[in-house]
Design a protein around this ligand. Structure first.
Ligand code: ZN
Length: 1005
């Protein structure tokens, strides 16, 4: 640092110190109102009226300053924020924010995008008039701090920027629709920040920019308000549970910060990044009374900068201290939440050099005032909760709003007091992200240009772009050094065979055009976190992971991702890619086009798109000249070259024109008519399936279990019924019976004048309670018997088994097994099945304690098959492998037992064959498509305990039944936009629905 630069830093720091001497005398500004500013008396009186205990509020929010020009939330709500019985629609909230904007130069409203159903999302900036006037210049300063390359890593320049910049603190509300308090709290908070002249609030307003998205899940908010209005109109009735939040998913909308598939994540992420904000603070309501769960519990995500961990602790403990001083009970910062998964919305900040924060306050799921009784683990005094919540209390939405606003205001104030430190940290974290290759590695992740699954590679790269990760493309072929393999230390002398083993390669070559994700970029953390492997120790003190434990995207997408530690990779000639180039199209001459099959979901899109084309799948691999085609290759006829060229370019597929058809067996690939089946008890897990099919433009009818019964002939309308996992409330009994009808009232899910937003483009019913019913069960069985295909997963597979849809398949409960949202290895068992088309022998899959399937050849057996290691000889003479000796006679050789692998149907023994009508005919036995890997190879990423219980057992089964098939999945193939590797297991079933027996070995008699 030069001398003048040093002086400048000293001076700027001095000037800053001089600005607020009162704040720094004892480090605090009193959180009291300005006695010179009049109070809005009627509003304040209502605040007191709706607060149920004097200690459920604070000096920051127990009054509302009056303004002659700026309207209070009352003008829109008809009452104060948090008043009983009042929940505003998103539109009302926006209307108020725009009234504020009109009335005050301290408020600016920005539109930040729309939802899946077309509703607007907004961000409201609150700051001094001067700060808002200079937004662009300020954003430029923050951008420089966020990308130290732009100032050539000049720390003194950074210090100047730190001294001048105004930080941005981004608050997001109501991502979870039944957590209803945030919008009114944020309306009132916005008013306070615009109007209040107390020194405490003024400091926040002058010192920083508060950015607010009052409603994150806008579609879900409007549904929730509908439901609440229905409840007010029918106060004595049960009201319908909020079965849909957003168009696709419910609670999981807060698990999308990795895949970024939902609009709300995209909009918040883009806002966060474009404002170069320092904090993302997300509001939730499920724990009494205020739990800053950012601090939570371990294990912490291993990719975040340790500086961030310190920031969590600083802000969190100060937050607790401030609110405890106000006398507010139940404020704490540790508890049941591990910060391992980066899937939460707040992690947008943690993975982009900012600070992630999350509050759980206490909501009533609506605006009723209710007596709330807590569980002992909620009100107990613990080391981290010295002033716990009350075991029982009357609780109002206003109480909740008081906690939310007080927590936020104390956070904002503390952040502002220490903003130079946090801005400097923002710079340091950004710098450390860029210095990653030298400091910790790796240097880059490389996506090879010759990956056979190019369209899936493009999809994964697109997620990286959505994450604002910089992607480059090598303009030359290049080579990197591989890290040396660690020598295993062994006491034993090296065996001869060890010595003669072929040496490990020391370099790897990549073709020109390979994609390089450099780790010397500001957002290296998110790329590293998504592409690296995860290991959760079975001995971790945290025995109940909060969410998924593994997510390695290269594995879940089935795309090659090379973690390169050789820093030379950064010197390779490459250029930035901001848009993925299109590729693919038709080559060669001829009217028959072949598209090789690498289990790319785009193949299914193509089938549905080329409606009139004849498409066949080859049942064997073949070769034309030097070009090899795998089993399942599409042979397309009856489409013009122009059309096929356009379609394949659009989908990033390669079509090769052939002069003659290859001489292999083929069968038609058809655009099956799909019914997508859902229950009225849970729609979230299947929502990810709908989203995937919609993105792939694969049409389906979305029907409920109730509808099945009303369709006269299922086979006349559908070829395939997809019944994806239900998630919550998914026992076979609930699927069939639904909710109790003997009491209560109908629970309508319909658009009415009172509830105009419920249905959207999803489904409706006059009463959510009835389930599939026994007639529906018979209909499903009949559908399959007559040739239909029913595909089930995890809990719906359990359902299919429980109604006798799959002879000889048992699903046993696990004993000690814990596979918590992890990536596990599976192996292809029958590559000739069309379901397996395009897959290699090893398939990485997402598993969350999937059911343990066992096959049996005799009806009635329901036990989990145990491995061969479990058969051992009795205690006796000789060695472990000797037969048993009995004194006085020669040793009897045991008859050889017919053997079968653990995933197969065991051969029928001679004893079983004798007069046994229960033996299942060979032709009716399940065909194993995929099985779980052996115990030692099961874990790929995340946590696996007791994996031996499921190791080698079937993971995907094709069970013949009558003329049709039941396809049972133990893994979940379509999940959170993260598992594209396994989408084609479902899509292959769909496209080959009437040829699933292709390649099946003829059963022995
Ligand atoms: Zn929540």
């Amino acid at each position: 640092m030069s001398r003048t630069a040093r002086l400048a830093v000293f001076l700027s720091a001095f000037i800053f110190l001089g600005y607020a001497p009162a704040a720094l005398a004892d480090g605090e500004t009193a959180p009291t109102r300005d006695p010179k500013q009049p109070v809005d008396e009627p509003y304040t009186a209502k605040l007191h009226k709706y607060t149920t205990e004097s200690f459920f509020t604070s000096p920051l929010v127990d009054y509302l300053p009056a303004s002659k020009t700026v309207p209070t939330p009352e003008v829109v709500l008809g009452d104060v924020a948090g008043a009983p019985g009042i929940l505003p629609y998103a539109e009302d909230v926006y209307h108020y924010m725009r009234l504020l904007e009109k009335a005050s130069p301290r408020v600016k409203v920005f539109s930040i995008g729309t939802t899946e159903e077309g509703r607007e999302m907004i961000a409201v900036a609150l700051s001094s008039e001067g700060n808002l006037k200079n937004l662009d210049a300020n954003t430029e300063r923050l951008a420089k701090l966020g990308d130290p390359r732009s100032i050539k890593f000049d720390d003194s320049e950074a210090d100047k920027l730190v001294a001048q910049a105004v930080p941005v603190y981004y608050i997001t509300g109501t991502i979870h629709s039944p957590e209803t308090g945030a919008p009114t709290a944020l309306m009132e908070l916005a008013y306070r920040l615009a109007v209040d002249e107390s020194p405490y609030i003024r400091e926040i307003r002058d010192g920083m920019i508060t950015l607010i998205t009052p409603v994150v899940e806008v579609d879900g908010r409007d549904r929730m308000v509908d439901i609440y209005k229905w409840h007010l109109a029918h106060p004595k009735d049960f009201y319908p549970p909020l079965i849909y939040w957003g168009k696709y998913v419910a609670h999981d909308n807060n698990r999308d910060a990795m895949g970024v598939t939902l609009k709300l994540t995209q909009n918040v992420l883009n806002t966060y990044v474009s404002w170069h904000a320092q904090v993302l603070h997300d509001l939730h309501e499920s724990v009494p009374y205020l739990y800053d769960n950012t601090v939570g519990d371990g294990p912490y995500n291993a990719w975040v900068d340790p500086l961030l961990v310190d920031e969590w602790q600083m802000i969190g403990s100060r937050n607790v201290a401030d609110m405890t001083k106000f006398g507010m009970p139940g404020v704490f910062a540790h508890g049941d939440f591990d910060t391992w998964s980066p899937g939460y919305l707040m992690f947008v900040a943690a993975m982009h050099n900012g600070i992630s924060r999350l509050y759980e306050t206490f909501g009533n799921g609506g605006a009723d005032t209710r007596e709330r009784t807590l569980e002992p683990d909620e009100y107990s005094r613990t080391w981290y909760r010295a002033n716990p919540p009350l075991p029982k209390a009357l609780w109002s939405q206003r109480d909740n709003n008081n906690y939310e606003e007080t927590g936020l205001l104390t956070s904002l104030h503390y952040f502002n007091e220490n903003k130079r430190l946090f801005l400097k940290n923002f710079y340091l974290k950004s710098k450390r992200s860029i210095r990653k290759p030298a400091a910790e590695g790796p240097a880059a992740y490389v996506f090879p240009a010759d990956d056979p699954r190019a369209s899936v590679q493009a999809d994964l790269l697109r997620i990286m772009l959505r994450q604002h990760v910089e992607i480059s493309r090598a303009t030359v072929a290049f080579q990197v050094a591989l890290p040396p393999k660690k020598e295993k230390k062994s006491a034993k002398p090296q065996a001869a065979e060890e010595k003669n083993k072929t040496p490990q390669p020391t370099t790897r070559d990549f073709p020109r055009g390979s994609y390089v994700i450099r780790m010397d970029q500001p957002y290296s953390r998110i790329a590293d976190a998504l592409l690296d492997y995860q290991y959760w120790s079975p001995d971790d003190p945290q025995q109940t992971p909060y969410d998924d434990t593994g997510w390695t995207f290269g594995e879940l997408f089935g795309v090659q991702v090379a973690r390169v530690t050789d820093p030379q990779v950064l010197t390779v000639a490459m250029e930035r890619v901001t848009e993925l180039p299109s590729f693919g199209g038709a080559t060669g001459d001829g009217t028959l086009f072949a598209i090789d099959n690498h289990a790319e979901p785009a193949l299914a899109t193509l089938r549905y798109q080329l409606k009139t084309a004849s498409i066949e799948a080859t049942e064997e691999p073949f070769q034309v000249g030097a070009q090899k085609f795998s089993r399942g290759t599409f042979l397309i006829k009856g489409v013009s070259r122009g059309d096929i060229d356009a379609a394949t370019k659009n989908l990033r597929l390669h079509a090769a024109a052939l002069s003659a058809a290859p001489s292999v067996n083929t069968h038609p690939v058809r655009a099956a008519r799909i019914a997508f089946l859902h229950t009225w008890t849970g729609t979230q897990t299947e929502g990810w399936w709908r989203l995937a099919l919609d993105e792939l433009k694969i049409p389906y009818d979305y029907i409920s279990t109730q509808k099945i019964n009303t369709i006269p002939d299922l086979n006349a309308q559908y070829d395939v019924i997809l019944f994806p996992p239900v998630g919550w409330n998914s026992s076979p009994a609930t699927i069939i019976q639904g909710l109790p009808l003997a009491w209560g009232n109908p629970l309508p899910w319909q658009d009415t004048p009172l509830t105009p937003n419920l249905v959207g483009k999803n489904d409706s019913t006059p009463d959510m309670r009835p389930g599939l019913g026994w007639d529906g069960v018979a209909k499903l069985q009949n559908f399959v018997e007559k040739g239909g295909v029913l595909l089930t997963t995890a809990d719906t597979s359990q359902f299919a088994l429980s109604i006798g849809m799959a002879s000889g398949v048992a699903a046993s409960p696990s004993e000690k097994m814990k596979i918590v949202g992890a990536i596990v290895g599976t192996r292809l068992v029958d590559a000739t099945s069309p379901i397996a088309y395009g897959y290699e022998e090893k398939v990485s899959t997402y598993c969350d304690n999937g059911p343990i399937f066992s096959l049996n050849s005799v009806l009635g057996s329901r036990r989990r098959r145990l491995g061969p290691e479990t058969t051992v000889r009795a205690t006796g003479r000789g060695t472990k492998d000797d037969p048993d000796f009995v004194v006085g006679r020669t040793a009897a050789e045991a008859p050889e037992k017919p053997e079968a692998d653990l995933w197969e149907s065991p051969p029928v023994t001679d004893e079983q064959k004798f007069n046994n009508p229960r033996v299942i005919p060979q032709a009716d036995r399940a065909r194993v498509i995929l099985r779980y890997a052996d115990s030692k190879e099961l874990l790929i990423s995340g946590l696996v305990i007791g994996g031996n219980e499921i190791a080698q057992h079937p993971a995907v089964l094709d069970v013949p039944k009558g003329a049709g098939h039941v396809i049972l999945f133990s893994i979940n193939p379509i999940y959170r936009g993260e598992t594209e590797n396994t989408y084609s297991l479902v899509l292959n079933t769909v496209l080959n629905f009437d040829s699933l027996n292709a390649g099946k070995k003829t059963p022995e008699k």
